[in-house]
Design a protein around this ligand. Sequence first.
Ligand code: FE2
Length: 196
Amino acid sequence: MSVKTTKTASGDVAPHWHAKANEIQQFGTVIADLPHPLSADVRGSMCEQLNVLLADTLALRDMYKKHHWQVSGPTFYQLHLLFDKHYEEQAEMADTIAERIQSLGGVTVAMGGDVAALSTIPAPPKGKEEVPVQISRLLEAHKIVMSLCKDIADAADDAGDDGTNDLAISDILRPNELQSWFIGQHLVEMPLILAK
Ligand SMILES: [Fe+2]
């Protein structure tokens, strides 16, 4: 028995899923005529810096998930949960940065390979590492992100971009400071049973 299919233009209910066309806006560009008080030059410069911050935030987010999966040892449970909490918070931060870029008329970096090429955070190996190494990598990544936040906030201040200045400090720098503290305290040597 043969299966009947619909193929006529008038009767076809299939979705039009073979669409192919050129990009409508290239990465690295900003929309010139936007109902926004900042000039295209300022918005372009901010988007360029924010995309590096976005790439670093996505790299840090993914490093947290890697460590969430690969962590072992006596602190497994608390770190397994803490790493995932920070992963979720980094994902929120990435979304905040990305939507700022789009609202300034830019284009966000998004896919893994492009993120890896743009990020300034040293990539961890694929394999599993000890807890102190995992945490040291996270602390180094937080430091890079926080330094970048400071640079972007200063540049935004100079350019009169109050929104980006506020985002860099309130939405990204301060949560990273808090996460860095929570993680860093796990590397303080402390007696578990007998006081020194
Ligand atoms: Fe999980």
